[in-house]
Design a protein around this ligand. Structure first.
Ligand code: PEP
Ligand code: MN
Length: 341
């Protein structure tokens, strides 16, 4: 349920109500909005305590949260969340453009890509050091050496680093180098991993599982939020359907659907979403038109020789063309692509 504080409730009254909620064995998530401060009270048997909270000092109302996800819902926080990590800002009027190789392969490949995408206007660098591969015989990533390369690329270009963490035991190592922890599609419902990145506190890019519903995506985000980390970006990266012309099916209606129900920013991945280089740019533009708060795009100096996902990667010139088209589309729908100070 949501404890809505009166307009002008004092900080002491808010603090008092946070303590009351916690004394009742519920978790309190205060949200300081422009109009009201509200405290989301989540946990089991929360409705039993409604009356006793209603009479608290400075309380305007106590209302149930109807959505199954609580802290992620617009009911609790009507204002859009902006997630910031170094050079990257995503949400509300900020469009984040994350680009880079599927996997970090070597220093030169990553550095040259970081330089090229930065010049083209990317606001963050992506690159996997720990790769979740379908086959155990495929390239698994450079692991710590890959993280060091990403940090060197950030050092030179100033771009924030977005990289995947695939196991709880790797979180301290990955968090030491990354600005944003990516939870991959295969791990969207790995609830212990979600709680652990929630506790770690670094911003998280949470990818939709290929067979997960949007409610399940929001509930996965809820695990991270409930563990105390408010900086979650959702990522639509395509789902598995009967269609076989594209690697996955990229349902862009999820962007406005999610925006109606959650304050969290929504990023679209047109690379995994299509699986074909020649489809990426137009789906990126379509995502911006649909209201996406950002894109994550695979770029490689020589896609043909890439160790993973070359068939869906753009070369530098293609990424420049993507940025140029997305800029025009953004402007047409009243948005602007960074950089932001
Ligand atoms: C990736 O971004 O490289 C990746 C593995 O994506 P996903 O988890 O969406 O398959
Ligand atoms: Mn990939």
């Amino acid at each position: 349920m949501i404890v809505v504080m009166k307009h002008g409730a004092s900080p002491e009254q808010v603090q008092h109500m946070i303590q009351r909620v916690e004394q009742l064995g519920l978790k309190a998530h205060p949200i300081y909005g422009t109009e009201h401060t509200v405290i989301a009270a989540v946990g089991e048997k929360r409705d039993e305590f409604r009356q006793s909270l209603e009479s608290g000092p400075g309380v305007a109302a106590v209302v149930p949260i109807l959505a199954p996800y609580k802290v992620a819902s617009r009911e609790v926080k009507p204002e859009p969340t902006v997630v910031r990590a170094g050079s990257l800002a995503v949400g509300n009027c900020h469009l984040g453009m994350i680009a880079g190789p599927c996997a970090v392969e070597d220093l030169e490949q990553t550095l040259s890509t970081a330089r090229a995408v930065r010049v083209a206007g990317a606001t963050a660098l992506r690159g996997g050091a720990f790769k979740p591969r379908t086959s155990p015989y495929s390239f698994q990533g450079l692991k710590q050496a890959g993280l060091e390369i990403l940090a060197a690329a950030r050092e030179e270009t100033g771009l924030a680093v977005v990289t995947e963490v695939i196991a709880g035991e790797d979180i301290p190592l990955v968090a030491r180098y990354a600005d944003v922890l990516q939870i991959g599609a295969r791990n969207m419902q790995n609830y212990r991993l979600l709680e652990a990145v929630g506790e770690e506190g670094k911003p998280v890019l949470l990818k939709r599982g290929p067979s997960a519903t949007l409610d399940e995506l929001l509930l996965a985000a809820e695990y991270i939020l409930n563990a105390g980390n408010p900086n979650v970006m959702l990522c639509e990266r395509g789902i598995r359907t009967f269609e076989s012309h594209t690697r996955y099916t990229l349902p862009l209606a999820s962007v406005p659907w999610l925006h109606e129900r959650t304050h969290l920013p929504v990023v679209v991945d047109p690379s995994h979403g299509t699986g074909h280089t020649n489809l990426v740019t137009r789906m990126a533009a379509a995502a911006i038109a649909a209201g996406a708060d950002g894109l994550i795009v695979e770029v490689h100096p020589d896609p043909e020789s890439a160790l993973s996902d070359g068939y869906q990667s753009l070369n530098f010139q293609q990424f420049e063309e993507l940025m140029s088209l997305c800029r025009r589309v953004a402007e047409a729908v009243g948005r602007k692509i960074g950089p932001y100070s």
